[in-house]
Each structure stands twice: as C-alpha cells, then as structure tokens.
Ligand binder design. Structure first.
Ligand SMILES: [Zn+2]
Length: 157
C-alpha cells in the first residue's frame, strides 16, 4: 500500500518545539462550542464544515486510549494558521510524544481518516521498532493499509 506522509502539518512546523510536538496553550479536549468566532467568514466556513462532517461521522472521543484533541489558531487577518486533531502517546517510555493531523488530511476516507491515522500511529508506538524509542515513534510511517485497519477496528468503515 502507498505510504502516507508522516507529517502533513504545513504551517504547524513553524510553531512546533524541537521535538516536533506542539505547545499546549490552546489545546482543548473537545471541539469548542464556537471555534469559528476568531476566523474570517471564508476560513470559518471551512472549519464549520469540517466540524459538521466530524460530528456526523460517528468518530469516538478517544482512540487507542488517547483523547482526540482539537486545536486551532487564527492569524491576525482571520485566516487559519492551523486547525488539527492530535493525540498524546501513552507509552510511558516516550517523553512528550504525540501526533497531529490537519483538518485537510482527508484524501480517501473523509474526516474519519484523521481518526484512523492517529489510531494507527498510536498502536505503532506499542510495537517494535518504536516500543522503546519515542523519537522513532514520532517519525513512524503510517500506511494506507494501517489506516484502513484502524477504521475497521473503530467501526468507521
Ligand atoms: Zn510515542
């Protein structure tokens, strides 16, 4: 199967710390009641459409034991700097380990693909060669097959 990009975060890299993991200042556990207020109408409508699709896709609040956290930030002109879902790795041997996917990472399976990708990535962290190496885990390649298996396990396809 084709490999999917290990990092599809776009602008996110600019605000990532040296581990590639994101600062936690604006992290919320669930979608905000109105996460669109900070955005101009065009940006806000794409975010609103994403949230509508997410809500109707039956995606659980957590995957692989980790909460699906939504985080976003607007530029001063109201455009989206980033809007993404992320999980924190629960492997106690990995320090500050996590992964995020932007809301645009929906090429094949719709918005559920984001949950499937993050679930598959979390599972990989509990197996060799990533089990004892958080740095390697953050670079782990998730294949399309991995995503499909996770979507099946999560009942999303
Ligand atoms: Zn990890």
């Amino acid at each position: 199967m084709d490999a999917m990009p290990a990092n599809a975060e776009g602008d996110a890299a600019a605000v990532a710390d040296e581990d590639g993991f994101m600062p936690q200042a604006d992290v919320v556990a669930e979608p905000l009641t109105d996460p669109f207020a900070a955005y101009n109408p065009a940006a806000g409508s794409s975010l609103r459409e994403h949230m509508r699709q997410w809500a109707s896709a039956g995606i659980p609040k957590s995957v692989g034991g980790s909460l699906l956290e939504f985080e976003h930030r607007a530029r001063t002109d109201g455009s989206i700097q980033y809007a993404r879902w992320r999980v924190r790795c629960k492997n106690p041997r990995h320090r500050n380990c996590g992964k995020s996917r932007t809301i645009g990472s929906t090429t094949t399976f719709g918005v559920a693909e984001i949950a499937g990708y993050l679930h598959a990535w979390l599972l990989a962290g509990n197996e060799p060669p990533y089990l004892d190496d958080g740095f390697l885990h953050r670079l782990a390649v998730v294949t399309s097959e991995d995503v499909q298996n996770s979507l099946t396990e999560l009942g999303l396809r």
